[in-house]
Design a protein around this ligand. Sequence first.
Ligand SMILES: [Zn+2]
Length: 455
Amino acid sequence: MVKHATTITFYGGVNEIGGNKILLQDRGTKIFLDFGQSFTFGSDFFTSWLCPRAINGLGDYFEFGLLPKLKGLYANEQLQFTDLLPTKKPDFRAVFLSHAHFDHVTHIQFLHPELEVHLGKGTKLFLETMEETSGFCNYGEHKYKMFRTGYKVPVDNIVIEPIHVDHSIPAAYGFIIHTSNGSLVYTGDLRMHGPRNDLTRDFLEKAVNCKPVALICEGTRMVEQEKRMNYSERQVEQISSQIISSTDKIVFVAHYSRDMDRLRSFYTVAKNNGREIVLSPKTAYLLNKLVDDKHLDLPNPLKDKNIRVYYKRKKSGKFDDKDYYVWERKFMDKMVTHEYIRKNQRKLVMDLDFYQFTELIDIKPDSGSHFVHSMSEPFSEEDIEDTIMHNWLDHFGIHFHQLHASGHLDKQQLMQLIDYINPKQIFPIHTENQHLFKKNYNNAKIIKYGKEYRL
Ligand SMILES: [Zn+2]
């Protein structure tokens, strides 16, 4: 590397959606932007029960080149069975996380504990909740540092400015990064059709004002032609309201558990239609943690009379509190069971994701009930889970509805963003279609894994 050069290197999110790991080097200072796991991570070598052994640390991952082999990046205990030598201090200063989605954060679990992890307050809360409520989730020990929008975080010669954006999870940020060789803009994941597009607008203002030498731009929906149906959050509310108001049967909904905009939409629609909404203890727990943040405007699951919490049969089958995890017990005053659901079907909207479908056997929903799938459509037509989901719905005579608002800009909006920010260079990430950036912009690069690019 030239002595005063600033470079970026992509170790994830290259020709795929998610798994962003972007290394920025400036006068010897090294930081990462995001450190996630891609959705297809390791799928060429591992499947269902054939998975990397925790006991071998990073050994099984390095075998297949699944994580970048960089000295001074990882926790020493992860390196025990590898040929990377342990280091007392990390060779990297920090990682900045744009938001709490799996494909942006998961691999921080392997990082050296002395490396600083900078993240939004909300992101920290999501990570904590994941660790508390899911048995297998552990992000490791880190020096966490929390930022808010507009902070200017110095790391040697670099100054990182996180600016809020609208995405399908609260506390999402893009970054404006001031380096020794000009400003770099990183979008993270973002959208304009959500309820908080004002946040994305704030980010765009900052991005254009810094006259960036480079833009690292997400391109999830940079596709030749959009095949999936996408709605705005407002439309999701309107259409689900039509479904609910035109039936006297129960309406089940499945959505990403941390998409708080979607949860608010279904809560509002249920309430406006005179129905209670039934949540899982996990969703109630998360909601309870977020309720203090006035910006999010979420209902309190402990106090709101329109919210009920569904408890599955466990152990004794008598719904004794000792049968449940301590974190689950908090909502037992709001408890409903399958019997309540069966008796009150016409008065309810119930959160029920695919992995909870066995509850339908206890609930016995009336034929002609409804299921709103408020998530992305399956990526392939041979999706096994999709087939199984439809088998279950057919078995119970439940009507299926696909109804989703994406967390990402579409192609036209992406191009508007690029035109508006007008960067000198464009680096497409988090996309399967880099060539479409190149087709429309001469200054777009086709990025390669592990290659160093100068700003
Ligand atoms: Zn995301």
